[in-house]
Design a protein around this ligand. Structure first.
Ligand SMILES: [Zn+2]
Length: 391
C-alpha cells in the first residue's frame, strides 16, 4: 500500500489551519494499528488531516462533540446485497449506512458479468458510501432444460474478463456451494470458479451451506485470499463436526491464507457454532452481515448488531472492530488507508456508542440471548461528509 498524503496536522494543532469537520472529545479506536486514545480528529478535503489532543475549534467549519463515544474507522461490511432489484433481495446502502456506520459495502454476488456496468452506474456511483462487489458466476441460471455445467463453463471467460476490466470495483467471483443452492452441481461449479480464479488471478468468495459437497472437498479448492462466507452456519457444510471440532482441511486452509467470514444472513449465523469455533481458537477473519431485505428487519438489522453478538460471545472490542475495519480493508485492497484513521487516510468515520443494559440478540435459528452491552452507531461520515438519514 502506498504512503498516505502529508498532513496539515501541526498547523491545525496551532489553530493556524482550517478543517471541514472537527470531532472533539471522543475516544479513537483504530484497531488495525492498535491505537486507542482520547484525541480530536480533524477532517479536511475528505481525508483525516490531524489526530491531536485539543485541536482548537477556530478553523473548523463544523464541530462534533463525541464525548462518551468511540471514533472508529468507517465500518466495512464484506458481505451485503446492495445491488438494486435484480435479485429482489437487495437493500440500498446509503440510508442504512447513515444509521449503522457502514461506509464501505461489498455486494456478495447479486449481479452477473453482464450486469457490472449497471452495478457501476446505478449502484456504485450514485451512493455516497464506497461499494465493491463480487461477480456471481451464474446469475441467470433459471432454465432447467439447459446443461447447467456447460452453461456455467461457457460463462467462464466473460466472468473473468468482466472482473478484470472492472478491477476498481470488482473484487473477485462469488460462487454458491451447497446442495440447497445448486444441488449436485455445486462442486463442479466451484471447480469452474477455481479455474477462473487461477486463470484471471481473481479471489473467490464461496458461500457454504449444505453438503454435499463435503467441507474438506471445498477447503481443498480454496486459495490464499479466497473468502469462505457463512463460516458459523449450523448446516452440514460447516467448519465444525458434531463434536465441535474443526473439520479436516479447515485449519490448513486458514494457514495458507484462506479467510473465514461470518455472513450472518437469515440462515447462516448460529450462536452455539460461533461459541464452539471461538473455543476451538478459530475466530472469524471478518465479521459481516449478509444484509438483504428479508433480514434487515431482524435478526440481522445491521453490522453494529452483528458486532454486538461477538462482543457478547467474549471477543474484545478491538478484536471485533478489527474484523469490521482493518481486516476487510485488506481483503478489498483498493483504497490506501481504508479501514484506519491514520493521518492522510480517507475520512470514513463511524461514531459508535457502547450501551449498557439488557439487549436481546437473536441468531439465524431464532436462538435469543440477553447481552449486557451493545454497539450502536451515532453518526456516520463518508468521504468527509456526514451522512443523514434523509437522503
Ligand atoms: Zn449473501
Amino acid at each position: 500500500m502506498r504512503a498516505l498524503a502529508a498532513p496539515a496536522g501541526a498547523a491545525l494543532a496551532q489553530g493556524a489551519a482550517r478543517c471541514d469537520i472537527l470531532i472533539k472529545n471522543g475516544e479513537v479506536v483504530d484497531a488495525g494499528r492498535g491505537f486507542r486514545q482520547r484525541v480530536d480528529v480533524a477532517v479536511l478535503d475528505g481525508r483525516i488531516a490531524a489526530l491531536e489532543r485539543n485541536v482548537p475549534v477556530a478553523g473548523a467549519s463544523e464541530v462534533i462533540d463525541a464525548r462518551g463515544l468511540l471514533v472508529v474507522p468507517g465500518l466495512i461490511d464484506l458481505h451485503t446485497h446492495c445491488y438494486h432489484g435484480a435479485t429482489g433481495l437487495s437493500v440500498e446502502a446509503d440510508p442504512i449506512a447513515a444509521r449503522s456506520g457502514v461506509t464501505t459495502w461489498v455486494d456478495a454476488g447479486s449481479f452477473g458479468s453482464d450486469q457490472v456496468a449497471g452495478f457501476r452506474r446505478f449502484v456504485v456511483t450514485p451512493q455516497q458510501v464506497r461499494i465493491f462487489g463480487y461477480i456471481h458466476l451464474y446469475p441467470n441460471l433459471r432454465n432447467p432444460d439447459v446443461d447447467v455445467v456447460k452453461y456455467v463453463r461457457a460463462e467462464m471467460r466473460r466472468t473473468g474478463e468482466a472482473a478484470v476490466a472492472n478491477r476498481d470495483i470488482v473484487l473477485g467471483v462469488k460462487v454458491y456451494v451447497g446442495a440447497n443452492m445448486n444441488g449436485r452441481y455445486s462442486l463442479e461449479f466451484l471447480k469452474i470458479a477455481r479455474e477462473i480464479g487461477d486463470r484471471f488471478k481473481l479471489p473467490l468468495m464461496a458461500h457454504v451451506s449444505f453438503a454435499p459437497p463435503e467441507t474438506p472437498e471445498v477447503m481443498e479448492l480454496m486459495r490464499s485470499g479466497d473468502v469462505v462466507t457463512h463460516c458459523f452456519n449450523t448446516h452440514t457444510l460447516g467448519i465444525l463436526d458434531q463434536a465441535g471440532k474443526l473439520k479436516a482441511g479447515v485449519k490448513e486452509a486458514r494457514a495458507r491464507g484462506v479467510l473465514f467470514d461470518v455472513g450472518h444472513g437469515a440462515g447462516s449465523f448460529n450462536f452455539a457454532v460461533a461459541r464452539r469455533a471461538l473455543d476451538a481458537g478459530f475466530p472469524p477473519d471478518t465479521i459481516s452481515t449478509d444484509l438483504y431485505d428479508v433480514n434487515v428487519a431482524g435478526p440481522v438489522f445491521d453490522l453494529p448488531t452483528t458486532l454486538s453478538k461477538f462482543l457478547y460471545l467474549g471477543m474484545s472490542l478491538e478484536d471485533v472492530l478489527m474484523r469490521a475495519t482493518a481486516s476487510p480493508a485488506r481483503v478489498i485492497s483498493r483504497v490506501p488507508g481504508l479501514g484506519t484513521l491514520e493521518v492522510g487516510a480517507p475520512a470514513d468515520i463511524s461514531l459508535l456508542a457502547i450501551e449498557d443494559g439488557q439487549f436481546q440478540l437473536v441468531d439465524s435459528q431464532k436462538n435469543a440471548v440477553t447481552a449486557a452491552k451493545r454497539i450502536v452507531s451515532r453518526l456516520t461520515i463518508s468521504r468527509g461528509r456526514r451522512l443523514t438519514t434523509r437522503l
